[in-house]
Design a protein around this ligand. Structure first.
Ligand code: GLN
Ligand code: ZN
Length: 764
């Protein structure tokens, strides 16, 4: 029999029950015991659901009140000193580490949070100090596993591996080699495994996704000593890697003293033959064949073909699973009532993916004998859905496909007419911009009234005309306030936008939207990414009317505001039938048309936001250039349809630029605004060193904080900036958009910003 299992299930609940319960608890509206009960209910429901789907081994320990990496920090007692006296077993300690505050205990600075590999999920960064000692503190993993066993679940506890946990940690204070801590960390893992063995757990999954990265040699070598040490445990270990292939480490990994290896065959199907050749005879190979990173229904027949050789050679030693934890997909497609039948037949969310795994397992177990008719039907249904999709009008748009194909022969389409120096001269003459011009990043406060109007319009409670009038009123008001502040390049404020990607997706053909497709981003924060289902085209202009209205209210230039192709792609679920590059180029062409239309409507400054360029980077450095090339090309295609005198801006936040500066420069935006204030302008070093040739607006204040920056503070920062970048090429602006702030603080901050810019102009 082929064993089927899952690597992790989304914990938020199909209706975001966990989010709602947590937030009520934080507000003091739900008691701790009620919160704990909700967690218990969700775990029970999710285990049962996976069992009902037919999976043999079901993950435990994948539940988290905030984040699974934080769970491990608490398990290890890695609680930073500022939370001193906190009990790592206490729920409020966990919340304080994650958010800085909890219903009980003193508020302190929260731990840092960052992206989990190349996903949109954020984990809480472990803090590591020299000489740190670890001991088993929080036993959630044991308790939850016991809970599952009691409910009759075949539990397979899941741990983030010791090496991955350490790798994700950040050294605080005196610097040292994190591997020095390994022994003490592994001791705790050893204890945990021993206790799990006492509970009669047979298999434990240990996730070491860092195996797919370019690891330094010492880290690769450390795997042997860690797993040698853990091999005396009385549980069987399934070592899991995902988000990529094992590449250079295959031989080392298959020879580690563990009982099974899980690999991601969706990201790297080509690693299978080598694994089959090298896998020692006693080991299990878990094939991650159902994509845990997207929402597409699997073509089961194709997967069965992919695995036929493996099944023949391994027999029962072949296991089947999703490629990675299902944390990254929405919970249940059955919750989507808005999709028509055709659309619905193309997708699979977490629950459906578990069912797919189970069917694959059953089909493989049946081998070549007569199959269960129900299984046969499921396979042929999936095949039919895949072929229907391949031929669907919703997916293919010949004109779009031809236009992208034609890009190859067009050397000019991603080039502005003249080089920057020529354009800059024309732009400065036309726009008559002063030295240190001031601007903002696009959004202004999204007040309760704005959100209410948008909601009423969506629900049909407000007719279109009244809605437009209400938004125009907001725009006019925003323009007047900016004029009064004395800003140089104004914006319309983005009142009409709920989200910078969804807003565009909803106006484009080739996108679908879920009603309930929530995915955890961090803690209680969830996002509902749009789905790119087919070729992307623009039935009508998207932003022209709003921008033109804004421009009509003032004689100052108003900046048109667009989300760039790479960002739209990165923040959506991509297609699986074409490359990311192909979809990105399609988006680029759509945006190019919009940019040209904006120019034609009299908009002389246009910003194309690309905050996601960096996060789209592949996990391995060797794959960076290929990605960056099409990403930059897409931006350039979007930006290059306009005349020299039209000024193109771009904006990027939360970015480090050092290692990609040449690509950032090759985007050739006339002006780039970036988040820099918290780095004390240090992020500009990369631009200085590279002799970045175009204009830069380094953010002068952190928009995440309600504090109003003083004039002197901004002057000091800009003076620092002017030591790195010639002042003729500097702009003055906040770090990012202002939509989360209130008007009084925005006006106070921008007032100081404009004053600071004025005084800088007169400084010499
Ligand atoms: N134009 C967007 C805004 O101002 C940019 C947001 C972003 O960079 N993430 O909100
Ligand atoms: Zn930003």
């Amino acid at each position: 029999m082929i064993t089927t299992h899952n690597l992790g299930f989304p914990r938020i609940g199909a209706n975001r029950e966990l989010k709602k319960a947590q937030e009520s608890y934080w507000r003091g509206e739900l008691s701790k015991s009620e919160l704990l009960e909700e967690g218990c209910r969700l775990r029970k429901r999710h285990w049962q659901l996976q069992k009902d789907a037919g999976l043999h081994l079901i993950p435990t320990g994948d539940f988290a009140w905030y984040d699974q990496v934080l769970n491990h920090s608490l398990m290890l007692g890695a609680v930073p000193e500022r939370f001193a006296e906190a009990d790592p077993g206490e729920l409020d300690t966990l919340f304080r580490m994650a958010r800085g505050r909890a219903p009980t205990g003193k508020s302190v600075a929260a731990c840092e949070m960052t992206k989990w590999f190349d996903t949109n999920y954020h984990y809480i960064v472990p803090e590591l100090t020299k000489g740190q000692q670890f001991k088993l503190c929080n036993t959630s993993i044991l308790d939850e596993t016991a809970e599952a066993i009691e409910q009759g679940i075949s539990a397979k506890p899941v741990l983030v591996g010791p090496l991955t946990w350490l790798w994700l940690g950040k050294v605080k204070g005196e610097s040292f080699d994190r591997l020095e801590l390994l022994d003490s960390v592994v001791e705790v893992y050893d204890k945990v495994l021993a206790k799990l063995a006492e509970m009669d757990v047979e298999w434990v999954q240990i996730d070491e996704p860092i195996l797919v990265l370019d690891l330094p040699l010492e880290w690769n070598q450390a795997f042997e000593s860690v797993y040698n040490r853990l091999q005396s445990c009385k549980v069987k270990i399934l070592l899991a890697s995902y988000f990529g292939g094992l590449n250079g480490t295959t031989t080392t990994v298959v020879n580690l003293p563990v009982d099974g290896i899980h690999v991601d065959l969706t990201r790297d199907p080509d690693q299978l033959p080598a694994l089959l050749d090298r896998l020692p005879a006693y080991k299990v190979l878990s094939a991650g064949v159902v994509n845990g990173r997207n929402i597409w229904r699997s073509d089961l027949k194709q997967i069965l073909q992919q695995l036929s050789d493996a099944e023949e050679r391994l027999g029962d030693r072949l296991w089947v699973a999703p490629s990675c934890s299902l944390l990254h997909v929405p919970v249940d497609l059955d919750n989507e009532t808005e999709f028509d039948h055709e659309l619905k037949s193309w997708f699979a969310f977490a629950k459906q993916k578990c069912e797919e795994v189970s069917v694959i397992g059953q089909a493989l177990t049946g081998g070549h004998q007569a199959q269960d008719p129900a299984v046969v039907k499921l396979i042929s249904d999936a095949e039919k859905a895949a072929s229907d999709r391949q031929q669907s009008q919703r997916v293919h748009n010949t004109l779009v496909e031809q236009r992208v194909a034609a890009l190859k022969g067009d050397q000019k389409i991603d080039h502005r007419h003249s080089p920057y120096a020529v354009r800059a001269k024309l732009q400065h003459e036309k726009l008559n911009q002063p030295e240190f011009p001031t601007t903002t990043i696009g959004s202004f406060p999204q007040t309760r009234e704005i959100r209410q109007k948008r909601m009423q319009f969506r629900k049909g409670e407000l007719d279109e005309q009244s809605y437009i009038a209400a938004m125009q009123e907001e725009i006019r008001n925003t323009i007047k306030r900016q004029e009064a502040l004395g800003l140089d390049v104004l914006v319309h404020g983005e009142a009409e936008r709920n989200d910078m990607v969804e807003y565009f997706g909803q106006q484009l053909d080739g996108f679908a939207f879920t009603a309930n497709g929530w995915v955890q981003s961090y803690g209680s924060r969830c996002v509902k990414p749009p789905i790119i289902i087919g070729d992307v085209s623009r039935p009508e202009p998207m932003t022209i009317a709003w921008s033109r209205y804004a421009q009509d209210q003032t004689s100052q230039p108003v900046k048109g505001m667009l989300t760039g192709p790479v960002t739209i792609l990165c923040w959506s679920f991509p297609r699986d039938d074409v490359s990311r590059e192909e979809s990105c180029l399609q988006l680029a062409l759509v945006l190019r048309d919009e940019v040209v239309d904006l120019e034609r409507a009299g908009i002389g400054v246009i910003q194309i936001d690309e905050p996601a360029i960096r996060e789209g980077l592949p996990l391995r450095k060797a794959d960076w250039p290929a990605y960056l090339e099409w990403a930059v090309k897409s931006f350039r295609i979007a930006a290059s349809g306009v005349k020299d005198e039209t000024q193109i801006h771009t904006h990027m936040c939360y970015s480090e630029f050092n290692d990609i500066i040449e690509y950032i420069a090759s985007m050739d935006a006339d002006v780039i605004t970036i988040e820099t204030s918290r780095s004390d302008m240090e992020l500009l070093d990369a631009f200085e060193e590279f002799e970045y040739p175009n204009e830069i607006g380094p953010g002068v204040y952190d928009i995440h904080s309600p504090n109003v920056p003083s004039i002197e503070w901004i002057q000091t920062l800009m003076t620092k900036a002017a030591q790195k970048i010639p002042k003729e090429r500097l702009w003055v602006n906040p770090d990012c958009g202002l939509k989360t702030r209130d008007w009084p603080e925005v006006e106070a901050a921008l007032n100081n910003m404009v004053e600071a810019a004025k005084s800088l102009r007169h400084a010499d």
